[in-house]
Unconditional design. Sequence first.
Length: 467
Amino acid sequence: MEVTPEIPAAPQDSAPLGFEAGLAAVLGAALGTTLTEVRARQLTGGASRQVYAVAARDDTGAPRRAILRRDPPGHGDAPRMRAEAACLRAAATAGVPVPAVLGNGDTAPGVDSPYLLMELVDGESIPRKLQRDPEFERLRPGLAAELGRVLGLIHRTPLDELDMLDDGDPVAGIEQIYRDLADPRPTVEMGLRWLHDHAPADRPKALVHGDFRLGNFLIDPSGVRAVLDWELAHIGNPVEDLGWLCVRAWRFGAPAPVGGLGDRDALLDGYESTAGVRPDAAELLWWEVFGTLKWLVLSRFQAQRHFGGQERSIELAAIGRRVCESEYDLLLVLGLLDESVASPAPAEPVATVQDRPDLTEILELVGQTLAEEIGPALTDDAQRQRYLLRICGNLLSIATRELRAGDGPTALVHDLLTELGCDSEAELAQRLRAGSLSYTDPGVRRAATAAVVARLAVTDPRRLSRS
């Protein structure tokens, strides 16, 4: 039975508690002590949840540390947060390395939204460090297999206390999110059709982490210390987690297919050692395709939280420009990318009456100044601001490249769509869905590729050179 420490209520007629005072109350209750000098530092990442590192002292003067995860105030999902706490507790009983749950609640004075308190586990989560730092050199050759072993433990977790988790059809679920966005995309329709045409046999359902990839586990030179971020956990086909770990987005530019760290056979070897079963290559590919399409749709969904007015956020808005990365990855993993479509060349500059710096030069200069001078000058206490400055710099770079690209790429895509009898990408998507055009049609592949390459050449041209 799940036990959550009782959180003290605010005294009647008292002034509202501030955030850190509220933290002192909930963490003190969880630890059974009185806390002083409570400080919270928001960590980067986490587009849907806010994550804070909490440092305090107890009544003996001893240091206490914890991690707080909370929903953005005003955008809470209490059942989902309770489910995340239940998953952590259940996984711990199965031997999965996870942070201990200290307490959780639907709200508390000062915290003001559903929250989860966990022990702070030391370890590295930044992908580029895990992929490159000498500290992990001896660990890296066996890391893909170790991640497979951890996944095997997750999938053996008893489900008795997890009946609150969703267990629906994942393809139907992601397709519904996509339809609700009302943003028809040819790449998504191509991926959905392929998934329906190649669906593998089902497996017995298990606890699925739902976001098992670099960035969501802590690692030190001894191995995996903790699996984090269970907010997308559900009941389903366990191979979903394996395919998700192989999605190209989670390689962060490194070539190795399993998180940029190792190969699929090593992952499956480790998985078989704890799960007792071994998916075949075709099954793993199907779930990798699904994972790529899922990330594409969820990225667009995240951006819509900003564009739809639910939550103003430059971070969420910027994700909208990154949807094309997953479109490109999806065409690549499906084998439907038309390699004959070249990256568009920059347009010739148009004569202007304005003095220099011209518009593109202004954007470039401001972006470089933010990224290279202002951001690095901030202190460690300004980590969040430095992160947001990096996003600002990236968006300015995107704007610069779009201006330099001119209208040529849009004209090319329009011509290719016209050859198919379509006025827009949305119409092409609708015809693919209706079945009047096939995703294997060379003209469809060419038009879809041209549109995605044109977007990616503006958003992240380096990605085109890493196919």
